[in-house]
Design a protein around this ligand. Sequence first.
Ligand code: CP
Length: 305
Amino acid sequence: MPEARHLIDVDSLDDEELERLLERACALAGGARPQRLEGTVAGVFLEPSTRTRVSFQLAAARLGLHYVHIDGERSSVTKGESLEDTIDTLAAMGIGCLVLRLGENGRCRRLADSLQGPPQLVNAGEGTVAHPSQALLDAATLMARGLELRKLKLAVVGDIAHSRVAASGLKLWQRLGVAEIRLAGPESMLPEAAGGKRVKQCRSLAEAVADADVVMMLRIQRERMADEARPDAECYAEHWCLREAHLERAHPGCVVMHPGPINRGVEIDPAVADGPRSLIREQVRMGVFTRMAIFEWLLGLPCRP
Ligand code: CP
């Protein structure tokens, strides 16, 4: 029997699957007809979410899938039931696919390894280590604009150390051959092992943005820091808030991304977030198509653009 597919991180996809999935997300965004899928998907979210939760729900609906949302705080996990037993319970009800948002690093892989059969798992954000659907939708957003990823200088700025978006993104950008990946942020927010193919660290926002084609801003992940480690928002903004003046040094066609939620005036100035270079709303829009492509890859026929 073939091994069940799960989306644990971007490396759950081989190169061909990755290319097809991104092309499929772009095709769906361009009006391609979605597959009709059957079955029931459940979302179990043990951490808060707006974008990811709603877009997985919408993606399922557009493919004809039934979707049940389970709010962790209202689930029997709060009564001491293990997540393994919750999953077993959902599988007994015929849930074929489970979208999971978890706080604990490595949990999604361990859960997948413990399964003998359904459900198939989709990681919808896990601690500080993985958020594959966000990384995929970010790449699809740039591809849908006709940008050639191999030619891009991409700056990732902010709290990289605690960002699961950055963790999955860094793997993906390198696999997709992005020309140069610049990392910048306060020292305490830079990853310990920030090396890798075509990755370089910058000491300031100005240095990261200079001649960049894409600037991706990240929020401070306050929920993952001890009280004493949380920076003062005003001090942080003085050095790390992206303003229009910074972008004067960027490539003329430079676009600005942010996975959201944004903290206006902390890591991104409202004029930039709402300005003509901003792809933030486009990222959200592409999130639905990318998650449709993910469900098609997991549950459907072989995915073709
Ligand atoms: N980008 C992202 O994961 O946002 P949510 O936490 O709102 O889902």
